[in-house]
Design a protein around this ligand. Sequence first.
Ligand SMILES: Nc1ncnc2c1ncn2[C@@H]1O[C@H](COP(=O)(O)OP(=O)(O)OP(=O)(O)O)[C@@H](O)[C@H]1O
Length: 319
Amino acid sequence: MNTTANGNGLAIDVRGLNKHFGDKHVVNDLSMQVARGEIFGFLGPNGSGKTTSIRMMCGLLTPDSGTGTCLGYDILTESDEIKRRVGYMTQKFSYWDDLSIRENLDFVARVYGMPNRREAVERALEDLGLATRSAQLAGALSGGWKQRLALAACLLHEPELLLLDEPTAGVDPKARREFWEQLHQLAARGISVLVSTHYMDEAERCHKLAYIAYGRLLAQGTADEVVASQRLSTWSVEGDDLATLSAQLQGAPGVEQTVAFGTALHVTGRDAQALADTLARLAGPGRRIEQAQTSLEDVFIHMMSGAEDNMARKKKEAS
Ligand SMILES: Nc1ncnc2c1ncn2[C@@H]1O[C@H](COP(=O)(O)OP(=O)(O)OP(=O)(O)O)[C@@H](O)[C@H]1O
């Protein structure tokens, strides 16, 4: 066991992870650290390698190269120790429709041969606020309650780390908020959480974040650090015919991206002066232009389009 990793308080500490599937380089030199008791958000477009990374970090999938520890155990040689201490909620978690919540949890506890099965099930029901619904059939539950059941199943063996792969996909905002309250309560008890998500409000609720695109980690840190790292300047334009303005701004000096946010158009770029000059010239009278805070969403969109450009350039060079 790597005592250094345990001693330095890291739940996950991986360096230089790579994974190929055929000729696809799905995870490219990934290094990431998650502190104990931290909620760490994992973001990135579809197919960017989040699930593959999560599976490597908990020893379910062997990387082609790279090293690391999960809860102080080597991801290459101690995966059994890791699995015992990690709760993994996959994108498509399964449960039995025609069993009740309690029966589902009891079934999972039996599969894992837990010695204190009844006690563990009661505790999970209590912890996740499922006790009053324990007799309901899982198949009749709403999406939010199903996620909660899946989380309860992950917690039965009292893991130290939760790996949650898009746990709230397709769940309504109220249920998502409640789910996140649960996650914060678990983190307050010292449980570490690595959670992948596409939702911006969820990203903002994480202690730290990493953004991955096409297998490469493009930024990691607190939300403020991630925003600051991209050194973007953003302006908000309100007024008439923003769709036409958006089209006019494409490719103009200083303009790297335009994104409609409700009644405003967010215009973003790294060259603050060129961007301000362009807006003064093109945005014209009748519109309100003001400097805006660059949001996490602006930054993610910017990173994603930059990564796409890189991939497109590489494909072009190769052909
Ligand atoms: N077992 C596998 N064999 C071949 N290709 C795979 C395998 N698993 C994943 N891939 C490919 O690797 C790439 C990354 O997939 P991965 O599921 O890790 O991404 P993701 O970021 O989790 O995506 P999403 O947000 O859609 O869940 C995708 O192109 C996927 O098709």
